[in-house]
Design a binder for this molecule. Sequence first.
Ligand code: TXA
Ligand code: MG
Length: 390
Amino acid sequence: MFTKVIKIDNCKIDDRLLAEAAQILRAGGLVAFPTETVYGLGANGLDEEAARKIYAAKGRPSDNPLILHISSTEEIVPLVQAVPEAAGKLMKAFWPGPLTMIFPKSEIVPYGTTGGLDTVAVRMPSDPAASRLIALTGLPIAAPSANRSGRPSPTTAEHVFQDMDGRIEMILDSGPVGIGVESTIVDVTGGVPVLLRPGAVTMEMLRETVGRVDIDPAITGPMAADVKPKAPGMKYRHYAPKAELVLVEARKNEAGGRTVRMDQGRYAAELAAPESAAEPVSEAVICRINQLVQEKLSQGYRVGIICTDETKNRYPEGIVRSLGTRGRQETIAHSLFAVLREFDDLETDYIYSESFARDHLGQAIMNRLTKAAGYHVIYASEEEEQHGRR
Ligand code: TXA
Ligand code: MG
């Protein structure tokens, strides 16, 4: 299949350019399009056959449900059985925008798009091209992130092209996305809203709008084999770079953090107490990363380092990539997936990453990073203490 790429100017949305894309979607085909979070891979959300094509193009397990994208709030009515009160408040506060909510599904939503669930995820993106495209189709558009399953979500049309060339009919290219991590997901089907995936609508923002919001345990640590995360996608090792990624943290936080031993003998960090976003990286972390890099380089491996503008000059060896300044979580979130992809392209064997505060957008950043690392975390200061004692 030939994949056509069409450039879109977000400041001047031209219906003539979007018309062909809308036609492909109405005919049951696949079109990748920009959203404010990441690029999505769209198909008719009411057509099971079209959903099957999404799973095939992504190489994604078909029990992992899709999000339906709409262009105005009224479009939710035929898709769900009810809009609970908390959902109404959240819609008012954050739609259009990077918030997805889970509702009891209506009859017209096929099980083929919900992975067999009786619930449906709905989101109203704010990206002007996405919104106009959906409106032109007159359909709810099912769209997962437009990456091959297991790859980091695409934040540019080039990323989509790398993964989807020859597999889909069209890619709409409006340049890099604004946010860079996927939407916040909140389950509103129970009494208390539950956060299933952190994103740019932060926990602090949700709580300010509706009061109590619970957190699905899949967000904070690895799942025990017998526990099912509420968002089925959270159980897969997402965003996995080809290299072995290891997060280096200053210390295990005794107050809020706990470590859990995993099957493979790795350690996983649960929620640590939030530090300030701008808190400098400790010397212990920098030393430990340099030491790990040295070790792997001497064994002949290709090694990458994920750091920040504040520390990028502190790593004399290895392939160093800064995510931006620690003072701006938005910049860190925006660069994360692109840097992980770059390390894939560079065929690094090991990547060592600094870690980040977990408040505000940091919750989403650390969720994606720890998942990409398969929850492999090393604590620098404990290592030092041990050296000190010896
Ligand atoms: O920002 C985003 O949400 C992007 C853009 C394209 O809109 N989309 C996206 O879709 O990230 P995807 O398919 O990569 O991730 C959707 C997540 C998966 O973890 C899936 O399991 C969960 O949403 N999900 C979808 N429907 C659900 C449902 N009915 N109940 C629980 N979780 C659901
Ligand atoms: Mg995805």
